[in-house]
Design a protein. Structure first.
Ligand code: HEM
Length: 410
């Protein structure tokens, strides 16, 4: 069998490539990328099991999640792994990014590895944002209302993006379907594709090692296989044990089913978006766009193009005062905003667009007390399909509902 495969595939070359020595000074921080990959796979596997029972419709989603958490064997555990795994993923990916910054691993020739890494970070955050809506409970609904409203403030394309996200003018059945499709089809394909390219670059350029390596030391460390692989696998097992313990003992929150008429609800995003949420409080009225669009976009673009902005050849951290200062200020700032966001009571900003009545259908403010949108009463087995036309599309402003009952469909 081995000979058969050897004659057909470059297995010997592949094995030699894997056994090539890494740079000498490699520590545990170099396993963070592998841990991120492990979590991505864990999320895919646990998500696939959850999908056996989940149903992406406003009528069934909350019930399905309750059923998974209370009735399905190991359901609460698998949901726990998926839920806490998502937070772990954000933490590990951010730590991996910081490791890359501190050791100057983004510098030439690894600019493309970095750019694909930043795209992966965006995909990871995209998983978080789209997944948050799926349980269709109060926090899911209202955080998404705020999130979409923030997207709508982007100049030019904002309204269009918000409309595409909602699948109409209100958050409802089509929004849930879209978020589910993004969460389970679009983003996973994108993530695994991007990881493939990211890892190709990682292997192609080889590990950057620690900055103190001399040119000779770059080729005299332990081999990637089996030594580094063994350490990575131990790290994955430790991470899994921690996650499994949390999943067993800390229940995943599930609030009451989403109620679009609950005007008193205090919308709150997942903890890793809290800093953005908190940022909104400092920019009101005409300056709101600074918090919703300008600062996050400029921050992301600076991060994306970091290797082209910092072209100095110095790699040792204490010889890079600007990099050290910018990184520390960003980390402290984001941490502070997150803590402030977590401890603050309510988001108190005013959405001028809503006040001026330019967004009639959504009826929701980015912050403060959201106004209740129109209530639609739906019979138990009705609302199988709900195609809504916007008010602009209908000259007289009426909204049509094409609702087919199960009986009608049969
Ligand atoms: C799902 C997300 C990610 C996965 C699965 C992943 C995976 C990996 C792996 C396995 C490595 C090699 C081992 C290591 O150096 O830790 C690596 C290296 C690297 N990653 Fe990532 N990564 C992800 C996100 C990111 C992000 C967000 C960035 C930065 C913005 C980034 C930038 C880099 C760079 C520049 C290297 C080369 C490091 C070197 O040569 O020393 N990665 N990544």
């Amino acid at each position: 069998m081995r000979q058969f495969l050897n004659e057909r595939l470059p297995l010997t070359e592949f094995s030699e490539h894997l056994r090539k020595p890494l740079p000498k000074h490699i520590n545990l921080l170099f396993s963070l990328g592998s841990l991120a990959m492990f979590l991505l796979i864990l999320q895919a596997v646990t998500g696939a099991f959850l999908a056996f029972y989940y149903s992406p419709s406003p009528e069934h989603a909350h019930n399905a999640v309750t059923y998974i958490s209370t009735e399905v064997p190991f359901g609460a555990f698998v949901r726990g792994l998926h839920h806490w795994g998502a937070s772990a993923m954000v933490i590990i990916v951010v730590l991996h990014l910081l490791r890359v910054v501190l050791y100057s691993s983004y510098k030439a020739p690894r600019e493309l590895t970095w750019i694909f890494g930043v795209l992966l970070l965006l995909v990871v955050l995209g998983f978080g944002f789209t997944g948050y809506l799926l349980p269709w409970d109060e926090k899911a609904y209202w955080a998404t209302v705020v999130g979409v409203e923030i997207a709508s403030t982007a100049p030019g394309l904002g309204d269009f993006v918000a409309k595409v996200m909602r699948g109409g003018t209100e958050i409802g059945a089509v929004t849930l379907s879209r978020f589910y499709a993004l969460h389970t089809i679009w983003l996973p394909w994108l993530a695994f594709g991007l990881v493939g390219v990211h890892l190709f670059f990682v292997r192609y350029y080889g590990s950057s090692g620690k900055p103190e390596n001399t040119p000779e030391e770059m080729k005299t460390g332990k081999p990637f296989y089996p030594d580094q692989v063994f350490e990575d696998v131990v790290g994955m097992l430790v991470l899994f044990v921690i996650l499994a313990t949390v999943a067993l003992f800390v229940p995943v929150p599930l609030e009451d089913v989403a109620d679009p008429t609950n005007a008193d609800y205090d919308p709150r995003p997942e903890w890793y978006f809290l800093f953005l949420f908190q940022l909104l409080k400092y920019f009101q009225g005409p300056f709101e766009i600074l918090g919703t669009f300008v600062i996050p976009t400029v921050g992301m673009l600076l991060l994306l193009f970091l290797p082209f902005l910092d072209r100095s050849e110095r790699t040792v951290l204490w010889k890079r005062p600007i990099a050290l200062t910018v990184t520390s200020v960003s980390v402290v700032g984001i941490t502070l905003l997150t803590l402030l966001g977590a401890s603050s009571k309510k988001l108190e900003t005013t959405d001028t667009a809503v006040q001026e009545g330019t967004q009639p259908a959504q009826n929701v403010q980015i912050g403060g007390t959201p106004e209740a949108p129109k209530v639609e009463t739906v019979e138990a087995n009705e609302a199988v399909f709900d195609f809504q036309l916007t008010e602009e599309e209908l000259e007289d402003g009426a909204v049509f509902d094409f609702q087919l009952t199960v009986e009608e469909l049969q």
